[in-house]
Design a protein around this ligand. Sequence first.
Ligand SMILES: [Zn+2]
Length: 314
Amino acid sequence: MEISSKHFTLEKVSRNAYAAIAKEGSGSVANAGFVDLGGKSIVFDTFNTQQASEDLKTFAESITNHPVTWVINSHWHGDHIRGNQSFKERTIISSGITFSKIKELHPSRINTQKNDLQGLSNYIKSLQSQLTHSEDKRLAYQINFLKELEKSLPTLELILPNQTFTSELSFHGENCNAKLFTLGGGHSVCDSVLYIPEDKVIFMGDLLFVKCHPTFFEESNPSIWVEILRRIEGLEFDIAIPGHGPVGTKEDVTKLITYITDIKEIVIENDRFEEVEIPDTYKDWESPEVYQQSLKMLSQDVNSLAYDDLKRES
Ligand SMILES: [Zn+2]
């Protein structure tokens, strides 16, 4: 079964779980999904805009035949939480740290964007004028993504999670059970995953990128990220739904562990990143431009990277 929205493709990945895989240049930006526990259901992440999350809600409720029960925000980044308003009357859950970050950082960001709609509109126009001179696919995606943002802003409301957890939370239904847990922060300050053992499925948020280069931010901690992935690798599952990229498997978790380990070594061994080429294994991954940025980002932290490893060895 495959249902398609303008913003994502919905794929049934197991008996009870569905992955909503983002379409480029749409209002989704990141992936999301839902699980039908039987009589109750969980939506995992809510995309970058309410247009995209409205479609997710419609599909989830028509497929499961009941209102969505719980909504999870995997981490605080906008492309995973800005669609929360479609689920205003539901229980929206995140870790305590994620809740605090959303509350601290999003109100001013959203207000700044709302107050500069004219600036956004002018920027879109300037990009459109460049597009008429070229056939750049990436530029076309960028324009469509910004148009969805422009559409969302006037009615966008920040809806905070209304329930938090510390390390784990279990959900029980007639069809299956689910476990929400966090092992700390790797990609962001705190990343949560949702595991459905009976279906051998795990929703990983941005702890997993499949066939595309992962993004590192100042808040990212590559050493802890690898440790978290190693612990997740030890769980029994066949399907891993990433925050970005197509539906993956356990092999993709292993690949990302190797990627992060490799990139840490490259940063420690090189000081001229312009000369570093993307290794062959990752040549066909999406967003290659992220690779150079990641090397620079990680190099700012190279001493603490070495320190992390020392700490682990001692
Ligand atoms: Zn993220």
